[in-house]
Ligand binder design. Sequence first.
Ligand code: ADP
Ligand code: ADP
Length: 228
Amino acid sequence: MVTFENVQKKYPDGTLAVESMNLEVQKGELVVLIGPSGCGKTTSLKMINRLEESTGGKISINGEDIRSLNPVKLRRGIGYVIQERGLMPHQTVAENIATVPHLLGWKKDRIEKRVDELLEMAGLPKDKYKYRLPSQMSGGQQQRIGVLRALAADPDVVLMDEPFGALDPISRDSLQNELIDIHKKLQKTIIFVTHDINEAIKLADRIVLMRDGKIEQVGSPEELLENP
Ligand code: ADP
Ligand code: ADP
């Protein structure tokens, strides 16, 4: 589903952030990229939605080279959640969730229905939250809205970059559990970046261990715990 073939990223200043990266993420799989700060996790993720362009090798989604796709269209088809600054501060919860459906030209009724459905799925009563601004919600609620926004247009692939990293332990735990439920229910292909090994073990179908821009080890949480 998402394939890296010998992918490289060299930034203009000469930093080699990712080197000879080979990885095949299956449809419906939740893969966690883990490794120390600066090892290339975020760069790997951003190459998939072309927020950064790879400088070597090939990335494909469903067999299609992403360079052959229009980057704007590509980004609308991929959910993206980051740690912070994710939501538009002057837009309501409903508007934030509807960002991509709106860009895709969905009809008003369809958008409204979808927003309500997603809020319900996340246990956020729509009457209470729909017209709030992000600043009127807790950090955990804002991240939940970020996840709903990424899911709104029903993308096949969702990229998550330390989405729960800034949360207190209790909110983090509950959002992790929600993500596990969502993943079971919707069978999305999810690529999730963290530097927290416990988070990786809890969430991952497969863990990809990165170091210095390279993949060091790949395996299920059980396999990696047996052969650390
Ligand atoms: P991680 O997500 O694992 O912390 P990153 O992918 O953010 O790692 O960074 C990988 C390497 O690329 C680091 O050495 C980082 O300093 C460098 N890097 C990231 N972004 C840029 C950039 N825009 N220009 C130059 N170097 C960068
Ligand atoms: P930075 O790396 O400096 O945080 P980015 O270039 O990754 O900035 O993105 C800037 C902002 O645009 C971020 O707040 C991010 O949430 C948003 N953004 C970029 N691309 C997307 C996307 N495909 N879907 C949702 N939000 C996006």
